[in-house]
Design a binder for this molecule. Structure first.
Ligand SMILES: [Zn+2]
Length: 236
């Protein structure tokens, strides 16, 4: 019997150029989560499925996150065609990916989103993943840089976007904004987001809608930041 490989390919149609493309996925039995950071960055034992979340069409340069690959409007398709496809040199992103290829694929997704003038929440999600990729390699400066972009975009998403159709609920979004604020050194700002979330939860109607575990995590964050602030205050 042939040995089962962790990566397998499947074929889909590109929603921009309508050609058949080959995308690669990780078999779930090879995915072993070790831990997760406070901003939900997952760490895996060997194969990292995050590397494969950015799908790229080798024919036209269209790239998007695997969860929303088909979701593109006619206007956006036109924009990708005009600004990306015309200058695209064909290269393949299928098969096993190393870190550099994963990063390149995600940067292409980000570029596509900018060209499409996509929603802030989409931009935020991709910037956060790029931050994670840098974190995996210990490149802290770029991790912080992209965490800052994600923080700004998530904040804009919170004020400007209708989150009802979004996979991310507004409470988790508030929590992530708080966590990112803390990661980029804005402790007061982080505290404001966490406190807002706790005060919302005092309303029983809202409380029921808050995902399980989120309030405990929020309280942990508040406790940690308060302790750090106290220690910093004592040093002065
Ligand atoms: Zn295409």
């Amino acid at each position: 019997m042939a040995e089962l490989k962790p990566i397998y390919n499947s074929e889909i149609t590109c929603p921009v150029c309508e050609k058949i493309i080959r995308i690669s996925k990780v078999r779930s039995k090879f995915i072993k989560l070790i831990k997760q950071d406070d901003d939900y960055c997952p760490h895996y034992e060997t194969i990292n499925p995050i590397y494969y979340e950015a799908w790229v069409c080798n024919h036209c340069g269209y790239a998007a996150h695997n969860t929303v690959f088909d979701q593109i409007t006619r206007y956006e398709r036109q924009a990708v065609h005009e600004k990306i496809s015309k200058r695209w040199t064909s290269r393949s992103f299928s098969g096993e990916r190393n870190w550099e290829q994963a990063l390149e694929a995600f940067k292409l997704v980000l570029y596509n989103l900018q060209v499409r003038e996509a929603q802030y929440s989409q931009l935020a999600k991709i910037c956060l993943r790029i931050a994670w990729l840098y974190r995996y390699e210990g490149i802290i400066e770029e991790d912080i840089n992209y965490s800052k972009f994600a923080f700004d975009f998530y904040k804009k998403a919170y004020t400007n976007e209708d989150l009802r159709d979004n996979l991310l609920d507004e409470y988790t979004l508030m929590y992530i904004v708080g966590v990112l604020a803390n990661r980029i050194g804005l402790k007061d700002e982080a505290m404001r987001w966490f406190s807002r979330l706790i005060s919302i939860s005092s309303n029983p109607k809202e409380r029921d809608k808050i995902p399980a575990g989120l309030l405990d995590n929020t309280r942990d964050q508040i406790y940690t930041i308060r302790t750090e602030m106290k220690e910093e205050g004592n040093k002065e």
